[in-house]
Design a protein around this ligand. Sequence first.
Ligand code: SF4
Length: 86
Amino acid sequence: MAWYRESGMKLREEFSHLDAETIYRDILPQGQVEDHGLCICGDILRGKARPSQCKAFGNLCTPKNPIGACMVSSEGACHAYFSYQT
Ligand code: SF4
């Protein structure tokens, strides 16, 4: 998904030297980047599913090898669930 191009959030021209979209324009993926087919981050973020209901949770997808956005950041639902599950 080309979210960075479709976002309404932009840095002002005076800060363009700090804009990652500008700096890394040549290496950012072009076109759409699809989510992994097993990832259910959207449902988790909407409260429709728990991380443990994802088929990739804890096996294909871990904090060291995240395949979805929810596992990337330590603040992500899947990452937190993985780190603090008992
Ligand atoms: S981030 Fe990983 S564990 Fe969480 S829904 Fe996506 S694939 Fe599943």
